[in-house]
Design a binder for this molecule. Structure first.
Ligand code: URA
Length: 439
């Protein structure tokens, strides 16, 4: 077999066989096929697409290109969740303790933030001493004892994705639905959980800009998971404005703590309760969503969900005194309040812009190895649909940088205020997909 023939076949609209896909993935992982040939094939896939069978074969080949985690030493049903990424998305920090407090097990591997999107690991590292690298034994024992653990992705997992993702990033081939789906699902399947919930975000601040693309990706992800005999479900959710009020690492941890105590923003609470109830149904711990929701609410009110969060932080060596007293989190050097200069109803809070500004303020990284500031970011005071009077607070920025005044007008402009006061409401959860919705 020759790689050039495989590239030519795909370029001309053909379908690749399982053997051809295995040849390319294995050869690439063994460094027998060079980056330039893989780049050419990725671009052909970007333009021509792939059939369902090709996507399943690609996912399978990628899945077996590294270690597959064996979670069998963890008792109970292991549920996993994955969000395609957004701004202010701290849902794992809330959903984990919620589902664990009801008896499900979350053994999660997470990533870091890049560009305008935040990463769960960065948020967790804003808790002093929190360790994201645990040995397998520590990881399994944390999940068994506490019900959850969140660690960095094992380096030996899905080697093909590690190599290919870096290549896609520099060859303009990230935005291909077959490549995104096989990349996400090979990692989720290799992580070893019994059930997977995918939060596919769409809109201005998301990977998928339209609901239609998000729907297509979500359906494909569910099809792949189902094919590999995992209970896989997806939610399609709105990322046209940031989720919750806080954007930035320790700011988001504080918001997650408040949400677990029942004082979180409405949208964040709604999405976390919905996702957690779906995961409890997947774990077969409840028969109906209503029962699951009732228990989740109960565990917020009686403090059990917050208790799990404290134990989780302790087990991963984090300083739990910060969780019990959030005033201990250090404040950024500069705080600046941004006020409205017009009146009306907030029509849009540009998620991409808020995420980008937050990164510029120090909360995120432009490049993979950039350092980040834990206390920097933005706390919104107004969201879509809120009324605003000129002079009212729109948001507060937090930064360690001394030259932040340049960004204040940009931040104000991220809030689009409609003077005609037309009613506007974002639909948070647009659709859900399970195997019953596949045709
Ligand atoms: N997230 C992934 O893990 N892979 C992609 O290709 C895109 C988003």
């Amino acid at each position: 077999m020759r790689m050039v023939d495989i590239i030519m076949k795909k370029r001309d609209g053909g379908s690749l066989t399982k053997e051809e896909i295995n040849f390319f993935i294995n050869g690439y992982c063994k460094n027998e096929i060079p980056d330039y040939q893989v780049s050419a094939l990725l671009m052909a896939i970007k333009f021509v697409g792939m059939s369902r069978i090709e996507i399943f074969d690609l996912t399978e080949a990628m899945l077996h290109s590294g270690e597959i985690v064996d979670l069998s030493s963890i008792n109970g049903v292991k549920v996993d969740k994955h969000s395609t990424g957004g701004v202010g998305d701290k849902t794992s920090l809330v959903i984990g303790p919620l589902v664990a407090s009801c008896g499900a097990k979350l053994a999660k591997m997470s990533g870091r933030g890049l560009g305008h999107t935040g990463g769960t690991l960065d948020k967790l590292e804003s808790i002093p001493n929190f360790k994201i690298a645990l040995s397998d034994e520590e990881f399994f024992s944390a999940v068994n004892e506490v019900g959850m653990a969140i660690i960095s992705q094992n380096n030996n997992l899905v080697l093909a994705d590690k190599k290919m993702y870096a290549l896609r990033d520099v060859t303009a081939t990230v935005d291909s639905i077959p490549l995104i789906a096989s990349s996400i699902m090979s990692k989720k399947l290799a992580s070893g959980s019994d059930a997977i919930l995918l939060d596919v975000k769409y809109g201005e601040g998301a990977f998928m800009k339209t609901k239609k693309d998000a729907y297509e990706l979500a359906k494909l992800l569910v099809e792949i998971g189902t094919r590999f005999n995992k209970d896989t479900r997806a939610e399609i959710t709105n990322m046209n404005e940031p989720l919750g009020m806080a954007v930035g690492n320790s700011l988001e941890v504080i918001e997650a703590i408040n949400t677990l105590k029942g004082h979180g923003p409405k949208d964040l609470t709604e999405i976390c309760l919905h996702s957690a109830s779906t995961m409890l149904l997947q774990a077969k711990l409840f028969k109906t969503r209503e029962e699951a929701l009732q228990k989740l609410q109960e565990n917020i009110t009686n403090g059990k969900a917050f208790e799990v969060f404290c134990k989780f932080v302790e087990k991963q060596h984090g300083d739990v005194s910060y969780i019990k007293d959030i005033s201990l989190f250090p404040q950024a050097k500069h705080t600046y309040q941004v006020h409205a200069t017009t009146s009306g109803t907030v029509k849009q809070v540009k998620a991409l812009e808020i995420g980008t500004i937050s990164m510029i303020l120090g909360a995120g990284r432009k490049e993979k190895d950039d350092a980040i500031d834990m206390a920097s970011g933005i706390v919104l005071n107004k969201k879509v649909g809120d009324k605003v009077v000129s002079g009212e607070l729109l948001c507060t920025l937090y930064t360690e940088h001394d030259d932040y005044m340049d960004i204040v007008d940009r931040l104000r402009d991220a809030f689009v205020i409609d003077p005609t006061n037309k009613k506007v409401k974002l639909q948070l959860i647009a659709a859900e997909i399970s195997k019953d919705d596949l045709n």
